[in-house]
Write a protein that binds this ligand. Structure first.
Ligand code: PHE
Length: 340
């Protein structure tokens, strides 16, 4: 009996309790209804009468010891849980809410991808521009009314008057000034115009403008490039049509419509029963622009085009209020998935 007791004492002392499972194992081993102490109380019957008193005392002490250890660790583990030190790996995890790409980012990436596939590289430039890059190099003479076509936010910066760029054609000027043809580049970016905010207009929006300059580039190349784009973006059945237009930096200039993908050209509310939707402006780069940027217009020709990402997104996802793009309403934003 004596030996037995000493073994139990050291077992109680050495029992490691580091978590609730071990705490419960301890209770079952020593204090449970089939535990060691129960067994020891049973053995007391066999102890000779004269030793019974002392042996009984010792078993009682053992029980106190086991109970104290159990109570101590129970309290400690409970306080661990409160201080978050204890992680219950068996608990179900918190649901993860996964974000969604902004529709403008999705469409921007898609446009870039489409032009990347035919060799266009990306170029970027500053959003605060000088007059030269936003206007003068692009054949807008000073005081020319064409400057009013794009209501500009002007900024005073020291002597020079700067502006928030009204289009990313300014980036193309920078590219032409620094590269020798062939040039094949697209410039995605944010642009600013002084317009009252409504469902159909905003004081900032996003563009992708393209530029292709080489020897013998023709209007047919421009048309084919834009047809390729329309088919990649809106589907194999897409058609395009070009209407004569005017931009100071291109001659001739055109506006491009794509066949309405909703009614297939039959006529519906979205295309206002015309079967066509306007998507971009384009034209052959004016020789004055090439010369202003240091490119010999007798050797090289080229085309340029520019589209609004909001407009393409509106047609692709049927968004009819421009303000939704910048209001950050999660109910709007989480509806868009896919793309890259
Ligand atoms: N820069 C023009 C705009 O912002 C678009 C455009 C680009 C038109 C290139 C023709 C050629 O409206």
């Amino acid at each position: 009996m004596k030996l037995e007791l000493e073994k139990v004492v050291s077992e109680i002392e050495q029992f490691v309790i580091a978590n609730p499972v071990e705490l419960e194992a301890f209770r079952i081993r020593f204090l449970g209804s089939k535990g060691l102490l129960k067994e020891l109380y049973g053995l007391l019957k066999e102890v000779p009468n004269e030793e019974k008193r002392e042996a009984g005392q010792q078993v009682n002490n053992l029980r106190t010891k086991a109970e104290a250890k159990h109570a101590h660790f129970k309290e400690q583990l409970e306080s661990d849980v409160q201080t978050d030190d204890y992680i219950d790996l068996s608990r179900p995890s918190e649901p993860l809410s996964i974000g969604a790409r902004h529709p403008l980012s999705l469409v921007r990436s898609e446009i870039i991808e489409i032009f990347n596939r035919i060799g266009y590289i990306i170029s970027e430039g500053p959003e605060i521009e000088d007059d030269w890059h936003n206007f003068s190099a692009l054949n807008f003479p000073p005081e020319h009314p064409a400057r009013d076509m794009q209501d500009t936010f002007f900024i005073e910066k020291g002597e020079e008057e700067m502006a928030l760029r009204t289009h990313t054609s300014s980036v193309q000027v920078r590219v032409m000034e620094n590269a020798t043809p062939p040039i094949r580049t697209i410039s995605p970016g944010r642009v600013y115009r002084n317009e009252a905010i409504s469902a159909r207009a905003h004081c900032f929006f996003h563009q992708v403008e393209g530029l292709y300059i080489d020897k013998d580039v023709s209007f047919a190349d421009l048309k084919q490039t834009l047809l390729y784009f329309a088919k990649e973006m809106f589907g194999e059945k897409a058609k395009i049509r070009m209407r004569p237009s005017y931009f100071p930096f291109t001659e001739p200039s055109a506006e491009v419509d794509v066949s309405c993908s909703i009614c297939g050209g039959e006529g519906c509310n979205v295309c206002k029963h015309t079967g066509w939707l306007e998507i971009l402006g384009c034209g052959m780069v004016d020789p004055n622009v090439l010369e202003a940027c240091g490119i010999d217009s007798k050797i090289y020709s080229g085309f340029a085009f520019g589209m609004g990402i909001e407009r393409i997104t509106q047609l692709k996802y049927r968004v009819n209020d421009l303000r939704l793009y910048s209001e950050n309403d999660i109910r709007f934003l989480k509806q868009f998935t896919g793309g890259i």
